[in-house]
Design a protein around this ligand. Structure first.
Ligand SMILES: [Ca+2]
Ligand SMILES: [Ca+2]
Length: 327
């Protein structure tokens, strides 16, 4: 490729500048005229000037197209806002209220959906970008923006959410559908469409509840925790308190299940008087479970207790068991 060069006061195109001895022509007026022979040094210099101008212009155009993307460090608690009118994403400090531009302009046309990936990068759904809408990824830390997915089933996607696996769900008003997008390849599949959906715009996914782990002691005060599955007796299980978990007051007794997998409805009763079974100064809750409803079988080595706090937060605890007779 031969770019243009500035030669003898005129822009010239397509001349064989690398070949010393060749003639350079200019077309500054209606008639071409010969302006001189090219020396090797002059040819190279002028050639490089031409390339410099060409690359500078290309770089400028690409920056205009990419829009403004700032390198911004996001802190826990920062509030991120996508602005459909100003075509931008803004970070707001939730303490000071200070606003910092994260990304604007460029291919943003009507950005309206926003979600944060596990890695801390942002996904922006734009209803009308690149024709039929697009999903962009903004990396605030390094100030970059890339297109994740566009075209395909997209008609006008204003909202998105991220699934536990990292895949993206997009609500699309024109496609009347929810579309799953591969976060790496951008490949689209329709999850569901039509039905009662008229113009899906926003979307959210109910997360799995966070499970608290609690310490338990099966048969408090004794070890090994021998259990005879045929026994008609009950198995005492202590739910131990910690500085952040007060078993006697925090546990919803009626929610307790205990046994081989932890879902067994085996609760008989919980002792009304809390006691400190491990001598750490914190009162513990001791509950009793009907052995024959625990589902324990020969060979089991672990007993599982599950329940919920009075606030409805699930918890789980495990301890060893020794099933007898072993043969
Ligand atoms: Ca024990
Ligand atoms: Ca205790």
């Amino acid at each position: 490729m031969r770019p243009f060069s500035w030669i003898n006061g005129s822009w010239v195109l397509g001349n064989d500048l690398w070949n010393p001895g060749s003639y350079v022509w200019t077309a500054e007026t209606s008639e071409e005229k010969q302006v001189g022979k090219v020396t090797q040094a002059a040819g190279r210099t002028k050639h490089l000037v031409g390339w410099f101008v060409l690359v500078t212009v290309a770089l400028f155009l690409s920056l205009v197209r990419a829009g403004e993307v700032a390198a911004v460090t996001l802190n826990t608690g920062d509030i991120l806002v996508v602005d459909i009118g100003a075509r931008k994403v803004t970070r707001v400090d939730q303490v000071t209220g200070a606003q910092t531009l994260v990304s604007s302009g460029g291919n943003f046309f009507h950005p309206s959906g926003l979600a944060i990936e596990a890695s801390g990068t942002l996904l922006v759904a734009d209803q009308n970008a690149l024709g039929g809408g697009a999903v962009f990824r903004v990396e605030p830390g390094i100030g970059s923006r890339t297109t994740v997915s566009t075209g395909g089933f997209f008609g006008s996607p204003p909202g998105l959410a991220i699934e536990a696996s990292g895949t993206i769900l997009v609500a699309d008003t024109n496609a009347h559908a929810v579309i799953r997008v591969d976060p790496v390849t951008g490949a689209q599949t329709v999850v569901f469409s039509g039905g009662s959906l008229v113009q899906p715009a926003g979307i959210a996914i109910v997360p799995a509840p966070q499970v608290i782990t609690v310490a338990i002691d099966i048969k408090p005060g004794s070890f090994p925790n021998s259990i005879n599955p045929q026994s008609k007796s009950k198995i005492p299980v202590a739910i131990l308190s910690s500085p952040t978990f007060a078993a006697p007051s925090d546990v919803d007794d009626a929610s307790l299940t205990f046994g081989r997998v932890g879902n067994e409805q085996s609760l008989a009763f919980c002792s009304p008087s809390p006691q400190d079974v491990n001598g750490d100064g914190l009162l513990d809750l001791v509950c009793h479970f009907n052995t024959q409803q625990t589902g324990f079988q020969k060979g089991n080595t672990v007993g599982v207790l599950k329940g919920k706090t009075m606030d409805g937060i699930p918890f789980k605890g495990t301890d060893s068991v020794n099933i007898v007779p072993s043969k």
